[in-house]
Design a protein. Structure first.
Length: 243
């Protein structure tokens, strides 16, 4: 079955290993590391086998000793950055901190590698590092008293909170890096808000005037932490509800 029809069946992680014969000078580890570097610099649209070969000082053809195609590279790159997630073991302090670490670690990883979210849902994320994170997360949430599909819902809440927050924050950072700073953007919006829309949207414009000097980086961090703590509060209440 073609990979487009069943991406799991075509995943690099489930296919038999390839017989490579005489080994070239590159290793798969070098190729994956260079792939992540290019993705960080150029994004998903900027990665080509030719650019990767140039980065490694090799022809694009030689890369096929280790990967069948670009899809394989993307799967390998996804799992490479999943290795950055560290989820602490349960302690006497309870389950909240390890559960929060899952969400915090994922947010931080996506901010370092914003291309990651563009692959979710299209590229299988089932490599050994992803499986390690999933296995540890299940252990933590099981020990916390969640089970069955409820455990899956809880995990999804924590993951989606991190992905959503990081995707928006990464967009702000790209904007500041490639076009104008957040403060310049605020200045350019000031006339639009205060002159053209004050009467139409008085609540919003009043809030805007009072808070336009906010530090966007601090705001993004603090709002993520605020929502994460409220999620954990709510989950604790829901878990302990009368059955």
């Amino acid at each position: 079955m073609p990979k487009a029809a069943n991406p799991i069946a075509g995943s690099v992680w489930v296919r038999p290993g390839r017989s490579r014969g005489t080994q070239p000078t590159l290793s798969r580890e070098q190729i994956v590391k260079a792939t992540v570097e290019l993705l960080d610099e150029l994004g998903l649209g900027g990665l080509t086998m030719r650019k990767l070969g140039a980065r490694l000082g090799a022809g694009a053809t030689s890369l096929y000793w280790y990967v069948s195609n670009k899809d394989d590279l993307l799967e390998l790159a996804m799992d490479e950055v999943m290795a950055e997630l560290e989820i602490p073991a349960l302690t006497e302090a309870g389950w909240r901190e390890p559960a929060a670490a899952l969400s915090r670690g994922l947010r931080s990883m996506v901010l370092r590698h914003p291309w990651f979210t563009g692959l979710l849902g299209n590229t299988p994320n089932i490599g050994p590092n992803a499986m390690r994170v999933t296995d540890r997360s299940i252990a933590i949430l099981t020990a916390a008293g969640f089970s069955g599909m409820d455990l899956g819902y809880v995990s999804q809440m924590l993951i989606c909170h991190a992905l959503g927050a990081a995707t928006v924050e990464a967009g702000w950072r790209r904007n500041a890096a490639t076009r104008v700073s957040v403060s310049e953007l605020a200045d350019s919006l000031s006339e639009y808000y205060e002159r053209d829309n004050a009467a139409k949207y008085p609540n919003y414009v009043t809030w805007w005037k009072e808070n336009r000097s906010l530090d966007i980086d601090k705001f993004e961090h603090d709002s993520f932490e605020f929502a994460l703590e409220r999620l954990l509060d709510g989950l604790a209440v829901w878990r302990d509800r009368p059955k």
